[in-house]
Design a protein around this ligand. Structure first.
Ligand code: SAM
Length: 312
C-alpha cells in the first residue's frame, strides 16, 4: 500500500493536461481520471487544480436515500461535481440542503462554513470529501459583477485575489500597477482608496485616469526601477510578457532591493506550459501560485511581505 494520501484534484476548466503534467512532475501517482476529476496518491498544491479534495473516501451506497443520509450525517453543505450517473446524482443532490449560489458582492469575506465535495464514482459508490482546499463550490468564485465602471473584466482577478487573501491595499497605500491599460486593476485599487502609479505603453481609460490617487505614466514596466518611485506597498503586474522577463527583470529586482512589500503578478503562459518557470516563482519564499476563476492560460503569483519574512 502507498504511504501517500489519497487526493482528488479538480482541474481548472480546460487545463486538465497542465494539471496532470504538473502532478506527475511532483511525484503524484495518478490512479484514474474522469473528465476534470483526477484521483491520485500524493498531495501537491498544483496551481492548475481549481479545488483539491483533501480527505476523500469511497462510500458504498445501497440507495439514493442512504447516500443522502450519509452525506447529511457528515455536514450540511455539499457540492456535487457529477462526471457520470448524472440522473442518480441529481436525485441525491435534490434531497441535500441547498447551498447558496448567490453571486458574492466584492468586499464580503469568503464563506467560512465547511463545504464538502462529492461525486458518484460508480452507480453504487460515492466519492466524498468533507474537506476541500477552496471554500467556494468547485473552487470558483462567482462575483456580483460591475458591468458599468471598470473598463475591462480583468478587475475580477484582483477582486478574487483580495477575497481569497482576506486583505488588500489599505487606503493611502502606494501601489504600482504594471501593464495597467485599460485600467481594470487600477480602478479596483483606486476604488479601495489606494494611491496608484500605473504604467503601460497604452493610455488608461480617461474615467480611470481621472480617479483620485491615480497617476498614469506611458512607458514600459521593465524600465521602471525602485529608485524612480521609492518603496511601494504593493507591486502589481498584469503585463503581457514572457514569464522569464517578469521574474528576472521585475520581480527579482524589486525583491532584491526590498522595494515592494507585497506582490500580485500574472504569469502569462504561452504554448506548452513551462512548469519549471512556474516552479521558479513558487520557490520564492512565502509564495503562492493560483489559477483564479477568471484566469485563462495564466497563473497568479502572490507574495506577501509577512509570509516572505516568515518563510526565510
Ligand atoms: C491584459 S492587459 C492588462 C489589463 C489590465 N490589468 C486591466 O485591468 O485593464 C496587458 C497589458 O500589458 C501591457 N504591456 C505589455 N508589455 C508591456 C510593458 N513592457 N510595459 C508596460 N505594459 C506592457 C499591454 O499594453 C496591455 O495593456
Amino acid at each position: 500500500m502507498s504511504s501517500k494520501p489519497l487526493i482528488v484534484y479538480l482541474a481548472a476548466r480546460g487545463f486538465e493536461r497542465d494539471l496532470l503534467d504538473e502532478l506527475a512532475l511532483h511525484g503524484v501517482n495518478i490512479l484514474e481520471v474522469k473528465e476534470r476529476l483526477v484521483l491520485a496518491e500524493g498531495l501537491f498544491r498544483s496551481a492548475w487544480a481549481q479545488n483539491i479534495w483533501l480527505e476523500p473516501f469511497f462510500q458504498p451506497i445501497a440507495s439514493v436515500g442512504e447516500a443522502v443520509r450519509i452525506l447529511k450525517s457528515i455536514q450540511r453543505n455539499w457540492k456535487l461535481h457529477a462526471v457520470d450517473f448524472h440522473r442518480r446524482a441529481a436525485l441525491i443532490e435534490q434531497q441535500l440542503p441547498p447551498v447558496k449560489a448567490k453571486p458574492l458582492p466584492f468586499g464580503q469575506p469568503a464563506p467560512t462554513s465547511p463545504l464538502g465535495s462529492w461525486t458518484l464514482w460508480d452507480r453504487d459508490t460515492l466519492l466524498v470529501s468533507a474537506t476541500c482546499s477552496s471554500a467556494f463550490p468547485d473552487g470558483e468564485v462567482n462575483f456580483e459583477e460591475d458591468k458599468v465602471n471598470p473598463p475591462s473584466r480583468a478587475y475580477l482577478k484582483l477582486w478574487e485575489t483580495f477575497t481569497l487573501l482576506g486583505r488588500g491595499p489599505q487606503p493611502g497605500e502606494l501601489c504600482l500597477d504594471l501593464g495597467s491599460a485599460p485600467g481594470g486593476w487600477t480602478w479596483v485599487l483606486a476604488s479601495m482608496g489606494a494611491r496608484v502609479i500605473s504604467i503601460d505603453k497604452s493610455p488608461l481609460d480617461p474615467r480611470v485616469e481621472a480617479m483620485d490617487g491615480v497617476e498614469h505614466r506611458i512607458g514600459s514596466g521593465f524600465g521602471l526601477e525602485p529608485r524612480h518611485v521609492g518603496r511601494v506597498d504593493w507591486l502589481f503586474s498584469d503585463m503581457a510578457c514572457y514569464p522569464e522577463r517578469l521574474l528576472n527583470v521585475v520581480v527579482k529586482q524589486w525583491l532584491e532591493a526590498d522595494a515592494a512589500e507585497n506582490f500580485v503578478c500574472t504569469i502569462k503562459l504561452q504554448g506548452d506550459t513551462d512548469h519549471k518557470m512556474v516552479q521558479a516563482f513558487r520557490e520564492i519564499p512565502g509564495s503562492e501560485v493560483l489559477h483564479l476563476s477568471c484566469n485563462k492560460h495564466e497563473l497568479t503569483w502572490i507574495n506577501l511581505g509577512e509570509r516572505r519574512r516568515a518563510a526565510l
